[in-house]
Design a protein around this ligand. Structure first.
Ligand SMILES: Nc1nc2c(ncn2[C@@H]2O[C@H](COP(=O)(O)OP(=O)(O)O)[C@@H](O)[C@H]2O)c(=O)[nH]1
Ligand SMILES: [Mg+2]
Ligand SMILES: [Zn+2]
Length: 302
């Protein structure tokens, strides 16, 4: 008997240890990692051993360009692998958390993924200016902020279409921001369930429970939808990684007295001086401190 043929494909959906792998000819197989080994993510290119007509075992994860994930004391959660850009979806309402936006940016930059912020639901006038104002600090960093209404397919295509061509784009955001609505506008046959966020019972829940990669209609590109989240721990990041999430600190770090300055209580810190001079946003600086403290606490535990 000859050795089974090996196939290479890309993971397009993940639900626990259950993956769907798509092959270059468009066919798909339900695949499981061999043994107890886990770790494959949507977007990963994998080598599988076919089993039967439409199943397979994942033998190897091929080298990745990147992997976006979050981690806290409880667990590590992979978002996706081989991602070119990250669409961070926020909305005029419900109110989004600046903390989560800042963390998503830091996660993206430290993984070499280009972030773009979508301010959705701009058809809601009440709260629009406040939402814009809250994005001013990140807009000042040069992060593109694209305003749209996901309910209006024409404006979605006009605002985003070009940026998605030929790339793998990950959609990330808290639940209720309109990710599924946006996905449906971009991929008409995705048929992603959307839901009202207003009912108290629904708060914090979400309909999307697994991560999935969709192909965009011509001119093409791939879009990965993921469940909403309410936390974005970055305890896996090193001090240097964290600083990549705060590019506005870079020019001031050159003035720090100590080469290993952590930009908190050290004397002669250029970052703290810039903060005191009003050149660094206090909210962003506070976020830096929180992320650094989490990462230090994690190192103490291991
Ligand atoms: N007014 C308005 N409502 C929107 C817009 N986009 C989404 N919604 C509504 O916001 C709610 C949550 O949307 P959904 O796509 O389920 O959010 P998700 O949890 O991020 O996937 C739904 O009731 C949508 O109809 C928009 O551009 N304008
Ligand atoms: Mg959704
Ligand atoms: Zn410093």
């Amino acid at each position: 008997m000859s050795a089974p043929q090996l196939l290479e494909g890309r993971i397009i959906s993940a639900h626990g240890r259950h993956y769907v792998v798509e092959f270059p000819d468009g066919s798909q197989r339900h695949c499981f990692p061999r043994g107890k080994k886990a770790g494959a993510a949507v977007g990963d290119r994998v080598r599988i051993a076919p089993q039967g007509r439409d199943e397979g075992a994942i033998d190897a994860i091929l080298p990745r360009t990147n992997l976006l994930f979050r981690s806290d004391e409880m667990r590590t959660k992979q978002f996706a692998a081989n991602v070119d850009q990250l669409l961070i979806v926020v909305a005029v309402e419900p109110t989004f958390a600046d903390d989560l936006v800042g963390r998503a940016l830091a996660g993206a930059w430290s993984a070499d993924i280009e972030p773009i912020i979508i301010l959705n639901k701009v058809d809601i006038q009440n709260g629009l200016e406040a939402a814009r104002a809250r994005l001013a600090a990140v807009r000042a960093l040069g992060v593109p902020v694209i305003e749209l209404s996901a309910l209006d397919r024409e404006t979605v295509l006009a605002a985003l279409g070009q940026r998605l061509i030929g790339k793998t784009t990950l959609l990330l955001g808290q639940s209720g921001m309109g990710k599924s609505t946006l996905l449906n506008a971009l991929v008409p046959d995705a048929d992603a369930p959307t839901r009202e966020y207003s009912s108290a019972l629904d708060m914090g829940r979400h309909t999307t429970t697994s991560t999935r990669l969709y192909h965009l209609p011509p001119p093409g590109g791939d879009l990965i939808d993921s469940p909403g989240f309410q936390a974005f721990g970055l305890q896996h990041l090193s001090g240097t990684d964290i600083l990549r999430g705060f590019p506005e600190f870079t020019q001031h770090i050159e003035r720090c007295r100590f080469y290993n300055c952590t930009h908190r209580r050290e004397p002669g810190c250029g970052v703290v001086e810039a903060l005191q001079a009003g050149e660094i946003d206090p909210g962003r600086y506070a976020l830096y401190q929180r992320i650094l403290e989490e990462s230090e606490a994690a190192q103490q535990r291991y």
